[in-house]
Design a protein around this ligand. Structure first.
Ligand SMILES: N[C@@H](CCC(=O)N[C@@H](CS)C(=O)NCC(=O)O)C(=O)O
Length: 122
């Protein structure tokens, strides 16, 4: 079972690599405005999770600069996710604006919806 999971994970990563989306190129002023909005965001993820691949592809396609944290292999990041978000499930978007409590958003589709709205993507 573990071997099948390992193989599927590698297959997902391989297909993802072959079909990586091309990042959008914006005018500097527009990119700076988006970078300002994504500065306080972090994505907790596993490398070979298909839902994380979906979110990472969206991030790449839209040229979003978001810090990615590996919550599978890195014990510190794993603890941050469990203690902050409440469960060890990925992907999870941490939204931490200055002077406000962190919000933890699970579900790949909800993360993509949030980013689309927050960054005014079409
Ligand atoms: N419906 C969720 C599914 C997320 C999901 O099932 N993630 C798996 C990894 S692929 C997970 O975190 N499992 C918990 C674990 O492995 O500890 C989404 O779209 O984000």
């Amino acid at each position: 079972m573990n071997l099948i999971r390992w193989f599927l994970g590698k297959l997902i990563l391989f297909i993802n690599l072959l079909t990586l989306p091309k990042p959008i190129i914006r005018k500097k002023i527009d990119q700076d405005a988006i970078d300002k909005k994504t500065k306080h965001l972090t994505i907790y993820q596993f490398e070979a999770c298909p839902f994380c691949v979906k979110v990472r592809r969206f991030v790449r396609k839209n040229s979003l600069k978001i810090n990615l944290k590996d919550a599978k292999n890195n014990k510190v990041f794993k603890s941050q996710l469990i203690n902050g978000g409440g469960k060890h499930k990925v992907p999870c978007l941490k939204i931490k604006k200055i002077n406000s409590k962190a919000e933890w958003l699970y579900e790949s589709s909800d993360i993509i919806k949030f980013l689309t709205k927050e960054c005014k993507l079409s």
